[in-house]
Design a protein around this ligand. Structure first.
Ligand code: PEP
Length: 260
């Protein structure tokens, strides 16, 4: 059996605050044409995370053309409804057939004050509405250089995952995204990505035992068509979280097809 066991590959495109809904539809149409011409590897799933204003258009475009891409969101609020001006709830996302929700992306943590406590509440909300949270963890350059990369990630994992039952843990994906690699063009080496993914599995062993062998662990940070294959070949890396390169349909499909 492969060192990855039965784990599938999940490649997720985080569009961040890019693409109007018109542009989003055009990209989805191009993705649909590319995937019709060259289907994805059988073991690969793909999710696309547009901004809130494009979710409905992307949902319709994906569903009407039966494009094999799941709908994703970039964040959500942890309450279902209420006086939270500007926020969007997990319940609202679930009603749009959103399947995956990014939780605790480092940009949310750094720029929008998302603490480990808030990240945990958001995970609760996403799970409650039967969607799959992609829990983002990762260290800053300063933390890496001071030798605190693994302990930083372990703290984030424990805050989000401790005291959860097997069913909840089975529904969570972890994305390791070193902050210094996001949007910088500086990708972690395959060795570094593998070492941290293995360390994450060690932490998962403490938190959930068997789940350490079944949970998907993605890598994210300046992934391109050139480095995707090497990263996906790491025995503990099961997928990729892609920012900038996912805005371009050709690059995104090339990345998603790199897992064979
Ligand atoms: C991200 O936003 O999660 C990300 C990894 O961005 P990029 O691929 O642009 O580094």
């Amino acid at each position: 059996m492969s060192p990855k066991g039965n784990r599938r590959v999940l490649v997720s495109g985080n569009w961040k605050m890019n693409h109007t809904h018109y542009e989003a539809i055009q990209v989805v149409q191009k993705l649909a044409a590319l995937l019709r011409a060259a289907p994805l590897p059988e073991d690969t799933d793909v999710s696309l995370h547009p901004s809130f204003t494009s979710l409905r258009s992307v949902q319709t475009a994906l569903e009407s053309d039966a494009v094999p891409i799941a709908l994703g969101a970039q964040t959500c609020h942890f309450q279902d409804s209420g006086a939270y001006t500007g926020e969007v709830s997990a319940e609202m996302l679930a009603k749009l057939n959103v399947r995956y929700v990014l939780v605790g992306h480092s940009e949310r943590r750094a720029m929008f004050g998302e603490t480990d406590e808030v990240v945990r509440l958001k995970l609760d909300a996403v799970l409650w509405h039967a969607m799959v949270p992609i829990l983002c963890v990762g260290e800053t350059l300063e933390q890496r250089e001071s030798g605190a990369a693994e302990s930083t990630v372990a703290t984030q994992l424990t805050a989000a995952l401790a005291d959860r039952g097997r069913e909840a843990l089975d529904s969570i994906v972890v994305a390791y995204e070193p902050v210094w690699a996001i949007g910088t063009g500086r990708t972690a080496s395959a060795d570094d990505a593998q070492a941290m993914a293995a360390s994450i599995r060690g932490e998962l062993e403490l938190l959930g035992g068997e789940v350490s062998r079944t949970m998907l662990v993605q890598y994210g940070g300046s992934v391109t068509p050139d480095n995707a294959g090497e990263l996906l070949a790491c025995p503990d890396v099961d997928g990729l979280l892609v920012g900038g390169a996912s805005l371009d349909a050709d690059k995104f499909v090339a990345i998603a097809s790199s897992g064979t």
